[in-house]
Write a protein that binds this ligand. Structure first.
Ligand SMILES: Nc1nc2c(ncn2[C@@H]2O[C@H](COP(=O)(O)OP(=O)(O)OP(=O)(O)O)[C@@H](O)[C@H]2O)c(=O)[nH]1
Ligand SMILES: [Mg+2]
Ligand SMILES: [Zn+2]
Length: 298
């Protein structure tokens, strides 16, 4: 490889082993990962800061090194995110709140702030409110918006200004439509019947886009299914911030806040201080995690 000077860039997208990176001046580079990275199984992610050597003329350049990540997610596969915006639809598609909870859990475990946005409030305002209400105390600051009419877009844009934010959630929730409404872009969006026909996502790849105000927005392909990584089930409750005020107040220690008697969290659920459906999904995930934790060596 020729000894050109190296630069630092941010990976904007990666498709089929080719990456697009952007440096501070805004120049774009087409790159491949150096063999050394591939041998070490270090796969660059969208959002990564990398040291790169530019290609000459039409030739692609090389990613030499991935700089240390501030944080990273596996699903969606992104790095160095300030805020993950979890998008749920009030209707069409019916919101999969278990998926929302898994996304919030993953963000929390990765140390990334989460913002819950309930979109398509025009289709079912009551349901939109009902979804938002479930997340009281969950540290996600729920917002009701309508990407179609632009309602709530100014407030959301203001909250995200200057930050690197990734939109994640179910396929069809309206992530790309929302990014278009927020930033005057023209990303591909798709109607639901079309999706079911093809059985595919409209957005196929993660894509990071610099926006006004110094921030960057990341569109990601929606999920139809989302698994959580396996970890010690006792850590699961850390993903439910609304449990935190009751931590240490249960009769049994440690307490899973599932079926134990004299559990302060369950009492808070019964008293209406914690949403029962959020707690129900927690218990379901706990069962799943216990099973997978037991089977982890099989
Ligand atoms: N009624 C209504 N429809 C909306 C709203 N936002 C998005 N849609 C529609 O929902 C459909 C799906 O929107 P997309 O933006 O493609 O959804 P997505 O989350 O990006 O989907 P994937 O890329 O497959 O993950 C499109 O037909 C949009 O026009 C909204 O606020 N109200
Ligand atoms: Mg999309
Ligand atoms: Zn308890």
């Amino acid at each position: 490889m020729s000894q050109t000077t190296t630069r630092i860039g941010t990976i904007l997208q990666g498709i089929g082993g080719f990456y697009t990176a952007r440096d501070e001046s805004g120049a774009l580079y087409t790159l491949r990962a150096q063999g050394k990275l591939r041998r070490e199984r270090l796969k660059p992610k969208v959002g990564d800061e990398v040291e790169l050597s530019p290609g000459e003329g039409e030739e692609h350049g090389w990613i030499l090194r991935i700089l240390p990540r501030r944080n990273e997610l596996v699903r969606p596969p992104v790095a160095n995110i300030d805020v993950i915006v979890v998008v749920a639809a009030a209707a069409t598609p019916q919101a999969d709140l278990m998926m929302v909870d898994r996304l919030l859990l993953n963000a929390r475990r990765a140390g990334i702030a989460a913002q819950l946005v309930v979109n398509k409030s025009d289709l079912d305002g009551a349901r939109a409110n009902e979804i938002a209400a479930q997340y009281r105390g969950a540290d996600v600051d729920p917002m009701l918006v309508c990407a179609e009419t632009g309602e709530g877009m100014d407030a959301l844009r203001a909250r995200l200004r200057g930050k690197t934010h990734a939109l994640a959630g179910q396929s069809g929730a309206g992530k790309s439509t929302m990014i278009n409404a927020l930033y005057g872009l023209d990303l591909e969006t798709g109607d639901l019947s079309h999706k079911i026909e093809r059985g595919k996502n409209t957005t196929r790849h993660c894509q990071l886009i610099p926006v006004e105000g110094g921030g960057m927005v990341l569109d990601t392909p929606g999920f139809s299914l989302l698994e959580t990584d396996v970890f010690d089930p006792v850590e699961l409750k850390d993903g439910w911030p609304e449990f935190a005020p009751y931590e240490g107040k249960c009769f049994f220690q440690p307490c899973y806040h599932a079926t134990e008697p004299r559990c302060a969290v369950r009492e808070a659920v019964a008293a209406g201080e914690i949403d029962p459906r959020r707690h129900e999904r927690y218990v379901a995930l706990l069962d799943e995690m216990r099973q997978r934790w037991r089977d982890r060596y099989d």
